[in-house]
Design a binder for this molecule. Structure first.
Ligand SMILES: [Zn+2]
Ligand SMILES: [Zn+2]
Length: 459
C-alpha cells in the first residue's frame, strides 16, 4: 500500500512542477495542454493525487508492525486466533500454539471495559517499571509504579497505615488505579482501609470469602464510604495498569479450607520482563495453578508465597515459575520462624537470587522492559531454625500469643511424630527427614509442641 502511495505523491509532485512551469510559460506543448485553465486543472488533479497518496501511506503504516519479530508474531497470532500480542516473543507464541493444540482450556477473559492493550502494538516501553516491596515486617505491601498507572498489592498490618501511606506519597503517587487485597488476613489488608481513604482509587480486587473480622469490616466500610465496589478475581482474566499487563492466575476454586489459598495471584508482564505475586497461596493453590495455568507461570521475579513458609513454594511450582530472582517479605525474628529453611534451600539449589525484607528492608526492583535491577545487594538463604537470619536458637515450643493467622484446619487427634530438636512434626515416623534421628516422639497433634508440618510427609 505505502509504495503505491509514495509513487502517487512523486507523480503528483512532478505534475505540479510541470504545471507551474506550464503556468509561467503559458502552456505545456509536450502534453498538448495549451491553455492556462487546463494547466490549473492539471495542478488540481496532482493535488488530489498527493492527498490520496498521503492517505494510503498513513493507513499502510498502522497495518505494519514495527519490527520483524512483531510481524511474525502477528502472523502466528492470526493463525492461532489467540489474543496474544507482538510483545511476546515468537518462541513464546509458538509454545502457546503447541499447548493450545493439546486442548489446554486456559482461556483469556478480557474484561470488556478494560483499557486498550498498549503492549499489543509495541515492544518498547516508555518509562521504567518500579516494583517496591515495602518493608512492613511480617506482612506484605507492594507498590507497582508503571508508566501510565499505579497498583498496590496488599497493605500490611493494621499498624502499618502511616508507614505505607507516607511511602506511597513520597513516591509522588496520588492515584492507585488498582488495589488488591490478596486475602483477608490482617497482615495483607490491615491498612487497606486507610489506603483507600487516603488515595484516589480505581478498582479494588478482593477474593470472595465468607469470613469476618474487625479488619475486614473496616476495609469494607472504607470501600463503601468511597462509593467503590469490590471486583472479584476471575482466574485466567487479564487487565492493564498503564503499560503493564496483569493476569490473574488464582484463586481457581470458590472454596478452600485455608484462607491463604484464596490469595489472588497476579502475574505482571512489562515488555519482556515478568513478576509473579503470590500472596500467601499454599500448595493447594500452587497445584491448581500448575494444572490450569502451567504455561503462564514462568516469571523473572517471584514474590515467594506465604512469607517463605514451607506451606508454599513447592518444588514443582518453583520449577515452573523458574525465577531469576525471589523476594521474601518477612519480619525479623518473626514468631512463625519464616522463612523456612526448606524453601530457602530450594531457592538456593536452583540458583535463584534472593532478596528479603528482614535483611534488605524495602526492596525496589526496576525493569526497563528487558532487564531487571534491584536497589540492594541480595540477601542470604538462611531460614527457619536460624530465626530468619540471626544465630541459631532452638525453636520455641509454644505458639506466639499474637498469632495473626489461624492455624491450618487439621485433625488434632491425628498421631504425629517429632524429635526434641526438630522443627516440624511428621505424619509418619518413616519420613526420610527422620531417618537419622535417634529419639522420635509421638502423640496426638493437639499435644505436639511443633507447629510446622513437615513439607515432605504431611501433604
Ligand atoms: Zn495469610
Ligand atoms: Zn501473610
Amino acid at each position: 500500500m505505502d509504495i503505491l502511495g509514495v509513487l502517487l505523491i512523486l507523480l503528483s509532485l512532478i505534475g505540479v512542477i510541470v504545471g507551474v512551469v506550464g503556468l509561467i510559460k503559458g502552456s505545456i506543448k509536450v502534453l498538448k495542454i495549451i491553455s492556462r485553465k487546463q494547466v490549473g486543472l492539471l495542478i488540481l488533479a496532482c493535488f488530489i493525487l498527493f492527498i490520496v497518496g498521503g492517505a494510503m501511506i498513513s493507513t499502510g503504516a498502522t497495518d505494519t508492525p514495527a519490527t520483524v519479530a512483531g510481524d511474525v508474531a502477528k502472523q502466528v497470532t492470526d493463525i492461532d486466533g489467540a489474543e496474544e500480542t507482538s510483545s511476546q516473543t515468537v518462541k513464546e507464541l509458538e509454545q502457546e500454539k503447541a499447548l493450545s493444540t493439546d486442548g489446554n482450556g486456559d482461556v483469556d477473559e478480557e474484561p470488556p471495559a478494560s483499557a486498550p492493550d498498549v503492549l499489543a502494538t509495541t515492544t518498547t516501553v516508555s518509562r521504567d517499571l518500579e516494583v517496591h516491596f515495602i518493608d512492613v515486617g511480617q506482612a506484605d505491601s507492594i507498590l507497582i509504579k508503571a508508566p501510565g498507572g499505579n497498583m498496590l498489592i496488599d497493605a500490611g498490618n493494621n499498624g502499618d497505615a502511616d508507614l505505607i501511606t507516607s511511602y506511597i506519597k513520597k513516591q509522588g503517587v496520588k492515584t492507585l488505579d488498582v488495589v488488591i487485597g490478596t486475602h483477608p488476613h490482617e497482615d495483607h489488608i490491615g491498612s487497606l482501609d486507610v489506603v483507600i481513604d487516603t488515595f484516589d482509587i480505581g478498582k479494588v480486587y478482593m477474593p470472595k470469602v465468607e469470613h469476618t473480622t474487625q479488619t475486614i469490616e473496616d476495609v469494607l466500610l472504607a470501600i463503601k464510604n468511597k462509593g467503590l465496589k469490590i471486583t472479584a478475581p476471575v482466574a485466567g482474566s487479564t487487565f492493564n495498569v498503564g503499560e503493564v499487563k496483569c493476569r490473574i492466575l488464582a484463586p481457581n476454586s470458590s472454596k478452600y479450607d485455608d484462607l491463604n489459598n484464596y490469595s489472588i495471584v497476579i502475574k505482571l508482564e512489562f515488555g519482556n520482563t515478568s513478576f509473579l505475586f503470590t500472596g500467601d497461596a499454599e500448595k493447594v493453590s500452587e497445584d491448581e495453578m500448575l494444572q490450569k495455568h502451567k504455561d503462564k507461570l514462568s516469571s523473572d521475579v517471584l514474590k515467594v508465597g506465604h512469607h517463605g513458609s514451607n506451606s508454599s513454594t513447592i518444588q514443582g511450582f518453583l520449577d515452573k515459575v523458574n525465577p531469576k530472582y525471589a523476594v521474601v517479605m518477612v519480619g525479623k525474628n518473626n514468631s512463625y520462624e519464616h522463612p523456612h529453611k526448606v524453601v530457602m534451600n530450594r531457592l538456593k539449589e536452583k540458583g535463584v537470587t534472593v532478596y528479603r525484607t528482614d535483611e534488605n528492608s524495602t526492596i525496589v526492583a526496576n525493569s526497563d522492559g528487558n532487564n531487571i535491577t534491584f536497589n540492594t545487594k541480595p540477601g542470604s538463604y538462611l531460614g527457619s531454625s536460624s530465626g530468619g537470619g540471626t544465630t541459631g536458637s532452638i525453636a520455641p515450643t509454644t505458639p506466639a500469643p499474637n498469632t495473626k493467622e489461624p492455624p491450618n484446619v487439621t485433625n488434632n487427634n491425628r498421631t504425629v511424630y517429632w524429635t526434641p530438636n526438630g522443627k516440624s512434626y511428621h505424619y509418619t515416623d518413616k519420613c526420610s527427614t527422620l531417618s537419622r534421628s535417634k529419639t522420635i516422639l509421638s502423640g496426638p497433634l493437639s499435644s505436639c509442641p511443633k507447629s510446622d508440618p513437615c513439607d515432605r510427609c504431611t501433604y
